[in-house]
Design a protein around this ligand. Structure first.
Ligand SMILES: Cc1cc2nc3c(=O)[nH]c(=O)nc-3n(C[C@H](O)[C@H](O)[C@H](O)COP(=O)(O)O)c2cc1C
Length: 179
């Protein structure tokens, strides 16, 4: 394995994937990376919807389009082009947390980072999909995913074999030192 700093710097948001299924043991290892993430008060409140069904991934993406239409959010795509918000990746993981747990968004963000870094370390692409939260606006989709009323979608991530590796983006940082 590369050293951790190399993996951190190598990670990219990958938005194009090969049409190739991930082996089950790879999916399990990805979940294992998420499982080892820290959790506020060690409550471990997150639940994972592990979706490899292509038709369902497409349906959820269409659900985001519909949800955005309702909010009047304007997209860069031409009017009749339906974007695939999950970039046709073979694996989509949607993470939910209890509505009353204000820390679960942070728990989920760290879990997604574990997933993305692990994916990078084994040559897979990944991308955090904040847009997945829009699914929350569809009662039908929530029902289909067995997401109960007391839970929110707090994060989502896609993984798969990358179709190319994006160029490095400039990373800026503001830091103030008190020594
Ligand atoms: C909280 C969060 C939500 C994001 N949501 C999306 C998303 O819905 N769709 C997407 O394509 N990228 C999404 N991204 C990826 C960012 O656009 C990406 O991290 C940023 O452009 C920097 O590129 P890099 O990840 O390759 O360094 C999200 C990233 C974060 C941290």
């Amino acid at each position: 394995m590369d050293n951790l700093m190399e993996i951190i710097k190598k990670r990219r948001s990958v938005r194009a994937y090969k049409d190739k299924t991930l082996p089950k043991k790879v999916v399990s290892a990805i979940l294992e990376a998420a499982r080892y993430a820290p959790s506020a008060r060690n409550l471990m409140p997150l639940e994972y919807k592990v979706i490899t069904n292509k038709a369902l991934i497409k349906k959820l993406s269409d659900g985001i389009s519909e949800g955005l239409k309702k909010t009047g959010f304007s997209l860069k795509a031409p009017p009749n082009v339906r974007l695939n918000y999950f970039y046709s990746a073979p694996l989509l993981i949607i993470i939910t947390g209890p509505k009353e747990n204000t820390f679960c968004v942070s728990d989920a963000a760290i879990a997604v980072d574990n997933v993305m870094l692990y994916a990078t370390s084994i040559g897979l692409g990944s991308c955090f999909i904040g847009m997945a939260r829009i699914i929350q606006s569809s009662e039908d989709l929530l029902k289909e995913l067995n997401i109960t009323e007391d839970r929110n979608i707090v994060a989502a991530v896609v993984c798969g074999y990358p179709e190319g590796w994006p160029e490095e983006k400039e990373k800026i940082q503001k830091a103030e030192f008190f020594e």
